[in-house]
Design a protein. Structure first.
Length: 238
């Protein structure tokens, strides 16, 4: 079965947020290293990056409804656990968590990828609806609102803590489709996480493309190197 989307059927797109439309600026490793340094702990950013990747990949905390279930309180506990694993040396872990939670909730801690807005505008001009679908929490609303170039082109935002389930759970993708007012077979998911944004979406009945900004698996036709490829692919089949 082809993994390429049938563009004649696609009427809506769910775009992941972090790593797809926006990126932390400075990097996550830098922000965590700085938080430790404010408590007199000097850490190697590369080591911090490795710790974060390992902790983020584990489902450390889940809600009452089982694996991948979540809400605002669950996300806060989850991130507290992640900070604890990444910065076990700091003498005031609660302070480190509070600083990092606030940091990543501020728009100035994020930047928009240069290809994000042009890509969204191009697919919207082609008649498609667009929403942001993210495993962030409610802080994402303020982050997007504080990034004017992105806020002007994307109005719909679906976050896991408000849906009740994180990607790749099918309930998340069903909620995104409902927000778009479209059935799953008419919706395309695009993101940089293979399991969360691509495989999970396909299991829920959506089409999906894997954004591989770092060049992973470039020969796979279901991969795109940047978001500008969305408009190119859509135009080629129009």
């Amino acid at each position: 079965m082809s993994t390429q989307p049938n563009w004649r059927r696609i009427q809506g797109i769910v775009l992941d947020a972090v790593g797809t439309l926006i990126r932390p600026t400075p990097s996550v490793a830098a922000a965590y290293t700085d938080a430790a340094a404010r408590q007199g702990i000097e850490l190697n950013p590369d080591e911090v990056r490795g710790r974060f990747n390992a902790a983020f990949g584990d489902d450390l905390v889940q809600g009452a409804d089982g694996v991948l279930s979540t809400d605002e309180s669950v996300e806060r506990r989850r991130w507290r656990a992640i900070v604890g694993r990444v910065l076990p040396e700091v003498p005031e872990p609660d302070r480190a968590f509070d600083e990092l939670w606030d940091h990543f909730g501020r728009p100035e801690s994020w930047s928009v990828f240069p290809d994000s807005v042009p890509a969204v505008e191009a697919v919207q001009e082609a008649g498609m609806r667009v929403c942001i679908g993210s495993n962030f929490d409610s802080r994402l609303h303020a982050v997007v609102a504080g990034l004017p170039e992105l806020a002007e082109v994307v109005e719909l935002i679906v976050v896991s803590s408000e849906v009740g389930y994180r990607k790749p759970h099918g309930a998340f993708f069903r909620a995104a489709c409902e927000r778009l007012g479209l059935p799953p077979e008419r919706v395309l998911s695009v993101g940089d996480d293979l399991e969360n944004d691509v495989l999970g979406a396909r299991r829920a009945g959506l089409s999906a493309l894997h954004l591989t900004r770092r060049g992973e698996h470039p020969a796979d036709p279901a991969n795109i190197p940047d978001l500008s490829a969305l408009a190119i692919l859509r135009g080629a089949e129009a």
